[in-house]
Design a protein around this ligand. Sequence first.
Ligand SMILES: [Zn+2]
Length: 425
Amino acid sequence: MSYRSVLAALAASLLFVHAALADVTLIHAGELLAIPGKAPSRNMTIIVEAGRITGVQEGFAEAEGARVIDLSDHFVMPGLMDMHVHLQGEMGPNNDRDRLKMSNQLMQMRTVYYGMKTLKAGFTTVRDVGSSPQEMYAVRDAINAGWIDGPRIIAAGGVGITGGHADISGVSPELMEFWTSPNVCDGPYDCRRAARNVIKYGGDLIKITSTGGVMTQRATGTGQQMEADELEEIVRAAARMGRKVAAHAHEEDGIIAALEAGVASIEHGTYTGPRAIRLFRETGAYLVPTLLAGKTVAAAAVESDYMPQTVKDKAIRVGRDMAGNFEKAHKAGVNVAYGTDSGISPHGTNAEEAVLMVEAGMSEMDVIVSATVNAADLIDMSDTLGTIEAGKHADIIAVDGSPLDDIAELLDVDFVMKGGRIYKQ
Ligand SMILES: [Zn+2]
């Protein structure tokens, strides 16, 4: 489309509100990956009005009064989406001290700080799958209201069993008593109650832990912990009220039990084998691989001394096995949605997962699809996120060179727009 026809189209839509032209932003993209999975185009213009994309045109359009953002020497693409973060903390030797000394209020401030690191790294949407829920819902809602800056947050509430991975560990019995979540449950009906409780207080989805986990300070392994009847009740109670369930799972028995119960995603999925792969393909559930978490915990186990031995043992084993099994699952056609477990790794380094995924045999395009189109599908937001098309939120990032040639380009994002507002330029 020519400059004149773009101008005419803009003028027609704004004929009676001439002053509003100042609210039109034209982004000139040297190379534009509008729809991940399809080939990029050269020399394109994205039209942004009131936080939304209203058009994508060929050539570098201009219009009187419209703001132009010149990214004609950049690669422009949809904002990245990380489906597994924990914005409330960061793993390290100070965890125990922080937990004892920090007020909830100060922790909230730090959550906002971690959120901004994530946004400035090009991740415009995140799914937080485990923080103290009321605090995370407040941050989510404050960002949505425009009171504070940060990425779009889809926030989970956790449901877990007594003594399981989601339950408190590693502190005195008195503190355990004090910190036990009301959503720790046992048996199908109690877990049904807990799932409903998450929804009552504002959870966008329910996070469960069908197997043990690396960071639990109890020697309870990484195998299945929740029973099939508990998993089924949680998924059913969630579905009745329009919520999905994400299941943390390492060993294959727990992956299979969660998939059979109907969860939307398996987080980590370390020991995904042939039986789990078949179920993934039958159900269409997503695998959220978190290779960066595997690498980070394995390195911390070897290089530092703050982890108890039981955590170290699990970390080394899971870290060793994650990437190889992910490669087999991806090659077998399992749906993959991007996730890092940031909070295990430092916030703002989320793009390192992309490098690890390519190292594990995934194509650059498939990695980008997992962090845009697939992630949007997982959170049921394909209508508004995941691509650069008319009607979608103006969540747009830019990098120097093409990440389709070198995925490491994503480590250095130069431009970040979320909802039409620029956060980095
Ligand atoms: Zn996690």
